[in-house]
Design a protein around this ligand. Structure first.
Ligand code: DC
Length: 220
């Protein structure tokens, strides 16, 4: 099996770029952020205090998180319900950043991610795929862009969906999540030594896809 690990900060375009690369290669695309989001969503609904790591760890008891691929598209299920469309709010984004700092949450999702890569050729994106989840991936890419550019892209995405947010709010959110993701104790976001750095600050979407596909094709 072939695994392509794509890590990087939020808003770098990982998911759209990774999805397109997976399509071009005929691999499945695994968005691991959706797993953390599904857990955050479920816990927010259950009134769990996400800053209380013991409560978060307890909240995992009996929780069932699954990924299914319907017409090649990933859908995420929490306790049997498809929550894919409910996990894209700013509240869940920030919640996912919080729960992902809890070791029990990362351990809980580890085997699910590993098993997907054991059974399929995958392009998997996240924060710790090249460093922790798939350290033997044939290709590792660290995809990034300046935070102002990432915030602008996320802002455009959110407002296109009708969300009521300002650019300043989105930028503050991006910076807060960068800080959380790089400073947590468990599996912090960092570039694996053997990851190729892809900076898309000055790239259009198509150029970013081309860059990533070129890096992959040179290696597999
Ligand atoms: O990629 P995303 O925005 O959907 O990720 C949501 C949050 O989940 C993000 O703040 C960091 C966390 N995450 C993680 O810690 N490890 C992963 N492999 C994927 C996401």
């Amino acid at each position: 099996m072939i695994a392509v690990a794509i890590d990087g900060p939020s808003g770098a375009g990982k998911s759209t770029i990774a999805r397109r690369a997976a399509q071009a290669l005929g691999y499945i695309y695994v968005d691991t952020g959706a797993l953390y989001r599904a857990i955050a969503y479920q816990m927010l609904r259950g009134g769990v205090d996400l800053d209380d790591s013991a409560a978060v760890a307890d909240g995992l008891a009996g929780m069932r998180i699954e990924l299914k691929f319907i017409d090649g598209e990933q859908r995420v299920f929490a306790n049997g319900a498809d929550v894919s469309d409910l996990i894209r709010t700013p509240e869940v984004s920030m919640g996912a950043s919080r729960v992902s700092a809890v070791r029990a949450v990362r351990d809980f999702l580890f085997e699910l991610q590993r098993s997907l890569a054991r059974e399929n050729n995958v392009v998997m994106d996240g924060r710790d795929i090249g460093t922790v989840v798939l350290p033997d991936a044939q290709v590792k890419i660290f995809l990034t862009a300046d935070d102002t550019v990432r915030a602008k892209r996320r802002f455009d995405e959110l407002t296109a969906k009708g969300a009521d947010v300002t650019y300043e709010e989105v930028l503050a959110d991006v910076r807060q999540r960068d800080y959380n993701d790089t400073h947590r104790e468990t599996a912090p976001l960092r570039r694996a030594e053997d990851a190729v750095l892809a900076n898309t600050t000055d790239c259009s979407f198509e150029e970013s896809v081309h860059l990533v596909l070129t890096i992959i094709r040179e290696r597999v």
